[in-house]
Design a protein around this ligand. Structure first.
Ligand code: PMT
Length: 500
């Protein structure tokens, strides 16, 4: 997803500047065009030559350096950027950006850009916790910047404290997530399951399978990178928790079913890549079963686990996997029908390098319409994107002048409607009056900006509307249609039954 993206990487003068080299290298290897801008103090910690060698691009260190292609037209970088990332961000650059000071190439580029800006602060704990720095960060958050909080650990001073640069992998995850906001799954909520459930026999033993979780995690990460809000419900795996994804850890099929029911109440699609155990012990033995007591043979009585996918209720798209060792297409088609799926990924688990606990997979996609797409052996990430191509095609596209908002508990409680960052261009600037046409009449309201996600908030006058609809609950869907740009909008309740 980073291929052909222009990432302006600002590096400022802190000891963590050397970690920006690792970041630049990983972004460039992932296919991004990385344009590095270094402040003068950053060049005291790491040389421009290092960054130039890693990115294969000239590095900008000054506005007055006539050899650089970006030096004279100082807004060219700002315009070329798909995203601006500052790693590490010192207290000094944070203060300059908060105050709107533009006295070097980096601060000019940030002030001039319309691209999203991500900053990863790293500094001495006292500098970070100083109320001036905190106020400056709050200002930047309020303006829609994404702040990657520093972590606790050993600092350059030798002291332990909050101020260490976030891990490079985390920064990359957040860059992908921010870039994904304008992709084909932006605004969609997708629930993914992964891993093999464990069904307890006694406190130390369980029944499970060879699922590593790799397939499900790949689907979750790919959906995140395409702009979806993702909930990953995972049975135990040894994989690290992906960044920018809500992760719910479960153990058994019964727990997974409960988590799926809760998460899908507000989702657009469920993709079940988990290998759910089909049977569980009828009862779990309380103490450890002793071989001396159990004797030579031990009989376990098993009972069926719930069929999570078949029993999932609600108005969302259903995608299942079918792990098959024979009659792949027939068996998968049967599962598609029995479980009332929109799409099934028939997984040939007998093919070499396919199925459980490997990095690649061999899949045949079968749609509800009967269309069969036989895919070659691919990485699990590539398979995930193929599945999501189909999911994106099956979900209703976001309309140019109409979009849906799902009510969150905080909106119902505090009587406001949150507008996702993706739709903010449909609205006028802050504090400009606009009218919402509703079934209880015209409501005069205005926009205030919402926290770090860059979205907006409609608050004024909405208490009246919420009070007229005591039936509204979190999870209900609203539709907002632009009737007259920047002035008049229609507000409708789309689906109360959405949460059933
Ligand atoms: O995790 P990896 O090591 O990467 O391996 C990937 C995988 C092989 C596990 C994955 O690609 C895969 O095929 N997952 C589905 C495995 C499976 O349980 O298939 P199934 O044919 O038994 O089940 C069909 C569908 O019903 C699946 O979507 C499954 O999640 C779901 N199911 C199954 C049983 C059950 N009790 N409840 C369910 O919801």
């Amino acid at each position: 997803m980073l291929t052909d993206k222009t990432i302006v990487l600002g590096i400022t003068g802190g000891i963590a500047a050397y970690k920006a080299a690792d970041l630049a290298s990983k972004l460039a290897q992932a296919g991004a065009k990385v344009e590095v801008v270094m402040t003068e103090s950053a060049t005291k910690f790491i040389t421009p030559l290092t960054l130039r060698s890693l990115t294969n691009r000239p590095v900008v260190t000054s506005m007055w350096e006539l050899t650089s292609e970006f030096s004279i037209e100082h807004v060219a970088l700002a315009e070329a950027a798909d995203i601006v990332v500052i790693v590490p961000a010192t207290a000094n650059i944070i203060a300059k950006l908060a105050a709107g000071i533009a006295d070097d190439m980096l601060s000019c580029a940030v002030l001039a850009t319309e691209a999203p800006v991500v900053i990863a602060p790293a500094m001495n704990v006292n500098m970070f916790q100083n109320s001036v720095t905190q106020d400056n960060l709050a200002k930047l958050k309020d303006r829609g910047f994404t702040i990657i909080d520093p972590e606790y650990g050993r600092l350059a001073s030798g002291k332990m404290g909050l101020g260490r640069l976030a891990e490079v992998e985390k920064i990359i995850g957040i860059i992908k997530q921010v870039l994904g906001r304008s992709s084909d799954l932006a605004g969609k909520r997708i629930v993914v399951t992964a891993g093999g459930t464990q069904e307890a026999i006694d406190p130390v033993r369980y029944i499970s399978n060879h699922s590593s979780g790799k397939m499900g995690y790949a689907v979750a990460e790919a959906a995140r990178d395409r702009g979806a809000e993702v909930t990953l419900i995972t049975a135990p795996t040894s994989l690290p928790e992906p960044v920018g994804i809500e992760v719910i850890q479960v153990t058994s099929a019964v727990q997974m079913k409960e988590a799926v029911a809760k998460a899908t109440a507000q989702s657009d699609a469920l993709i079940m890549a988990a290998a759910v155990a089909d049977y569980q012990p009828k009862s779990t033995v309380k103490g450890k079963i002793k071989r001396e007591i159990a004797g030579a043979d031990l009989t376990l009585e098993l009972t069926r686990t719930p069929d999570i996918l078949a029993e999932a209720k609600g108005n969302f798209l259903r995608v299942g996997f079918a792990a098959e060792s024979e009659n792949l297409v027939e068996n998968a088609k049967d599962k598609l029908q029995r479980k009332q799926l929109d799409l099934v990924a028939a997984n040939d688990i007998t093919a070499p390098d396919s199925g459980f606990n490997v990095d690649t997979n061999k899949i045949t996609l079968i749609g509800k319409d009967g269309e069969v797409e036989d895919l070659p052996l691919m990485s699990k990430r590539e398979v995930a994107d193929k599945i999501l191509d189909r999911v994106a095609g099956l979900l209703p596209p976001p309309s140019e002048n109409s979009f849906e908002v799902i009510l969150r508990p905080v909106m119902v409680k505090n009587h406001f409607i949150g507008i996702p960052a993706l739709q903010k261009t449909l609205f006028p600037p802050m504090n400009t009056a606009l009218v919402l046409l509703t079934e209880v009449g015209a409501i005069e309201t205005n926009i205030i900006r919402r926290g770090s996600s860059g979205g907006l908030k409609l608050t004024k006058g909405l208490i009246k509307w919420f009070k007229a609809h005591p039936e509204l609950k979190p999870g209900d869907k609203l539709r907002i249609t632009v009737l007259e740009p920047m002035k008049r909008y229609r507000l409708e309740i789309v689906k109360l039954e959405y949460r059933k």
